[in-house]
Design a protein around this ligand. Structure first.
Ligand SMILES: *Cc1c(COP(=O)(O)O)cnc(C)c1O
Length: 460
């Protein structure tokens, strides 16, 4: 005990450690306050260890060494790049869509200084942030007018608030979805100040059900894309054309929350996601969809359709609270330009990844296998066919066939290794299945494959 008391008194002073740290390469030309924070943490740990009667290295070198490790962690931002080896392209926890080159350039340019966010450069007066993308969206979807907000959840709330506050919204019981992150359609409608009127049953809703529910209080017929599930078997919903004919007859707007939606025609390989332009052509008055699902941009919610309704939303007081920020807007404009002026299937990462053929994926897995095996310290690796969903509630009926490299290490268990890969400076996120690590190659860039091999080599 005496000993510990003495050691506590012998702990080097903060000032002395700070001076010594200046000479250590690990802390080179870095921030004094961060070094101090690391040292304080290390000293506190040593103090409580000694007080608890445990052993502690209180030599100057020992403390500085521990502080250097702590310091490295402090330098790392919490929100940082990771390598996605899950095979899930639109992984919501991993930031959904990776951005195209054009979108990245536009963000950097806008972030570097002042910009024309709300300034009309032609007239030299106040402009609208929405003007930068409205025409692009209209050209891509055939809509008369468009507006963008923070995300698709916000787009639905704004649409309902502007068109149906204090009145009734008719929705099929088969479409009262919960999307995740507590976005539940009945609650969203309630929050917007509208009253929900449910019609039909879980599996079947007929046009007549909507017709019977229409009263003088009805404001909107709402369709919701059942993004993350599918009702199969004895199931039916009226076609968008039928619903829009009924709405027209009743003098009401019909709105659809498309969830992901798509700007490019899909349909090959059983892909099922409504195309925005087709829905508008079928007579829907307003559609809403996400910016960071299949569209492939950053977080945003897009509202497109008839001008008379979009104008009501542009004037609504909620718009100010739901508005999109300049960096997301830059990403969106860049991505929309990819669709109009580039080669979207190649330029937009989400499309490039999802449209890879099985043979291309197999070859990519063989490449990763080779790079990994060259440096694998001890263990085994193999190429196997695997399947993964698209993610983000998109394409729920499709699991995409692809390829993965499985790895087992002699020195560490798969779950320990997974944890170590996840806590790296550049984290590698992989799956563990049947005691093996699984690296799906769909979402990997070439440089990522090198990094994975390097990371595994370090685990040796
Ligand atoms: C994903 C989704 C939303 C939410 O979109 P965010 O852009 O994530 O806010 C809303 N409705 C449907 C049907 C969805 O699939």
């Amino acid at each position: 005990m005496e000993d510990r008391q003495q050691m506590l008194r012998q702990l080097p002073a903060m000032e002395k450690l700070l001076q010594a740290a200046e000479k250590w390469p690990a802390f080179e030309d870095q921030h004094r306050n961060l070094i101090a924070e690391a040292l304080r943490g290390v000293l506190a740990k040593a103090r409580s260890a000694l007080k608890a009667g445990a052993a502690a290295d209180i030599s100057e070198a020992g403390l500085l060494q521990a502080a250097a490790t702590e310091y490295e962690g402090l330098l790392l931002p919490g929100l940082r790049r990771v390598i996605n080896a899950t095979g899930i392209t639109l992984h919501t926890n991993l930031g959904r869509a990776p951005l195209s080159q054009r979108a990245q350039r536009q963000i950097t340019e806008v972030a570097q200084g002042y910009n024309s966010l709300e300034y009309d450069l032609t007239r030299g007066e106040r402009g609208s942030r929405y003007a930068h993308v409205e025409q692009l969206i209209c050209r891509l979807t055939g809509a008369e007018a468009a507006l963008v907000v923070n995300n698709n959840a916000a787009a639905v709330i704004l649409t309902m608030a502007a068109l149906a506050r204090g009145r009734e919204v008719i929705v099929s019981r088969g479409e009262l979805v919960e999307i995740g992150g507590s976005f539940r359609m009945p609650e969203v409608i309630e929050e917007s100040g509208a009253r929900l009127v449910e019609v039909g049953t879980t599996n079947k809703t007929h046009l007549a059900d909507y017709r019977r529910a229409i009263t003088g209080e009805t404001a909107v017929l709402l369709k919701v894309h059942t993004s993350n599930y599918r009702i199969v078997g004895f199931a039916a919903q009226p076609a968008p054309q039928e619903l829009s004919a009924l709405a027209r007859e009743a003098g009401l707007p019909v709105v659809e929350d498309l969830g992901s939606g798509t700007l490019l025609p899909i349909g090959e390989a059983g892909w099922q996601e409504p195309m925005v332009a087709q829905r508008l052509a079928a007579g829907l008055d307003i559609v809403t969809f996400s910016g960071d699902k299949l569209l492939g941009a950053g977080q945003a919610g897009i509202i497109a359709g008839k001008k008379q309704y979009v104008d009501q939303m542009k004037k609504h007081p909620l718009l100010r609270a739901l508005r999109i920020d300049k960096l997301s807007l830059a990403a969106l404009e860049g991505t929309l330009r990819d669709y109009l002026y580039g080669n979207p299937q190649q330029d937009i990462p989400v499309w490039r990844m999802l449209s890879m053929t099985e043979e291309e994926l197999r070859q990519k897995a063989v490449t990763l296998h080779t790079i990994i095996t060259e440096r694998l310290p001890g263990g085994q690796a193999a190429v196997i066919p695997t399947r993964a969903p698209a993610g983000g509630g998109s394409l729920p009926a499709s699991e995409f066939a692809g390829y993965s490299v499985t790895v087992t290490l002699t020195a560490v268990s798969a779950s320990q290794a997974e944890g170590k890969l996840r806590r790296r400076k550049v984290p590698v996120i992989c799956r563990v299945q049947d005691g093996q690590m699984l690296f799906d190659v769909r979402c990997l860039e070439d440089a990522d494959m090198e990094e994975i091999a390097q990371a595994l080599a370090e685990l040796g």
